[in-house]
Design a protein around this ligand. Structure first.
Ligand code: SF4
Length: 95
C-alpha cells in the first residue's frame, strides 16, 4: 500500500532564489476578478490567495514557473509574465 503524496512536503524540497528587485510576474491594477478567482484554484503553488474581503492577493515568491497563470490570465489579469532573471527562480530538487 502506498502512502498519500504530501504536496507541501515535496514542494518544500525545492530551493528558491527570489528576485526582490524585479518581480517576474505582475498582476494588473484592475485584473479580471473571475480570472483571479480561477487562478486561486489553478496555481499549483497556491500563490493566488483569496482574502476575507473577496479580493485575491498574489506573491510571486515560491513560483514554480509552470506557466499556468500565463496561459489563463495574460492580458486579462496579468500585465507581465517572464521567467526570472538568470540565477533567480526555482531550483528543482526532486523529480
Ligand atoms: S507560473 Fe505557475 S506556479 Fe508560478 S504563479 Fe503562475 S501558476 Fe503559480
Amino acid at each position: 500500500m502506498t502512502s498519500p503524496v504530501n504536496v507541501d512536503v515535496k514542494l518544500g524540497i525545492n530551493k528558491f532564489n527570489v528576485d526582490e528587485e524585479q518581480p517576474h510576474i505582475l498582476v494588473k491594477a484592475q485584473p479580471d476578478a473571475r480570472v483571479m478567482e480561477l487562478l486561486t484554484k489553478a496555481c499549483p503553488a497556491g500563490l493566488y490567495k483569496k482574502q476575507e474581503d473577496g479580493s485575491v492577493r498574489f506573491d510571486y515568491a515560491g513560483c514554480l514557473e509552470c506557466g499556468t497563470c500565463r496561459i489563463l490570465g495574460m492580458d486579462s489579469a496579468l500585465e507581465k509574465w517572464e521567467y526570472p532573471r538568470g540565477t533567480f527562480g526555482i531550483e528543482y530538487r526532486y523529480g
